[in-house]
Design a protein around this ligand. Structure first.
Ligand SMILES: [Zn+2]
Length: 281
């Protein structure tokens, strides 16, 4: 047991992503109105961060700032105080297109700080693009959530922090279970946590597991004092034979784990404070 196990647990809902479609699970929200409805349910279930991608009408991913703007406007109205995090991930655009929505000043944005393989392609993040995305986040007061698909990405985040490329200690997420990147492995997870605590003392961290690994990683983070992410972006099932009926249903599983490990679920105000974010708009 660590000393931080009774601190509030911040739960992030990853509502849509770039990959799953309604053919995979009809509950995946792909229009703005579906995204708002699904996020509101997850918010009411306990999520304090929404991690969002946007889609075109045909469900293909896009980085269209106009769609992000409409989503943000609706979220401010329907989920008051909720932390809005936009994805700058590489499946929805190329190069600087990926950061075209940062001027909308979401509270946070995801930031990859290195390259790795994805199931069928290279996830390419050049040093030049990483620095540009980080500088846009700095300029627009957007807190990065560093996506660590590999151990070297944790070191990359630490180096960028030392170089003054972030406004504060970055929030780091360990992503486990993407095919061809780091699998869901307990010893690696423990080493990630230990390394982060050594190199970024006082930094908050979270982790996400993909597919059947979602609930596994959810339990590890809740037990170890980290913060959790769940949602249809990463996992469309409750178990091998059952599709998740909603994002809220996946958030509910994390809330149940918080109860099991006696961790309060963070309110939006607590989450904003722990992550050094500006107060709710
Ligand atoms: Zn994402």
């Amino acid at each position: 047991m660590s000393d931080s196990t009774n601190k509030p647990c911040i739960i992030c809902v990853a509502i849509t992503g770039s990959v799953p479609t309604k053919a995979d699970n009809p509950a995946v929200p792909t229009t703005i109105s579906e995204q708002l409805e699904s996020t509101q349910e997850a918010f009411e279930a306990g999520a304090s961060i929404v991690h969002a991608h946007v889609r075109n009408e045909d469900e293909t991913p896009t980085s269209d700032p106009e769609r992000f703007a409409r989503l943000k406007e609706g979220l401010l109205k329907h989920c008051p105080g909720m932390i809005i995090q936009f994805s700058t991930g590489g499946r929805s655009g190329s190069g600087r297109e990926r950061g075209g929505m940062l001027s909308l000043k979401p509270d946070m944005a995801s930031l990859s700080v290195g390259s790795n393989n994805f199931p069928t392609r290279v996830y390419e993040n050049s040093p030049e693009l990483i620095d540009w995305l980080a500088s846009e986040m700095l300029e627009h007061d957007v807190k990065p959530e560093v996506e660590a698909f590999d151990l070297s990405h944790i070191f990359g985040a630490v180096r960028m922090h030392k170089e003054g490329k972030f406004s504060a200690i970055p929030y780091v997420q360990f992503v486990m279970g993407v095919k061809n990147a780091m699998p869901v492995d307990r010893e690696v997870f423990d080493f990630y946590v230990k390394t982060l605590k050594r190199l970024l003392p006082g930094g908050e961290w979270c982790a996400a597991g993909i597919g059947a690994g979602q609930i596994v990683v959810n339990e590890w983070v809740v037990a170890e004092g980290g913060h959790a992410r769940a949602g249809l972006e990463d996992n469309i099932r409750l178990d091998k034979d059952t599709l998740a009926p909603s994002n809220a249903a996946l958030i509910k599983r994390v809330v149940d784990l918080c109860e099991k490990y006696e961790r309060p679920v963070a309110t939006v105000d607590q989450a904003r404070q722990m992550l050094n974010l500006r107060p709710a708009a």
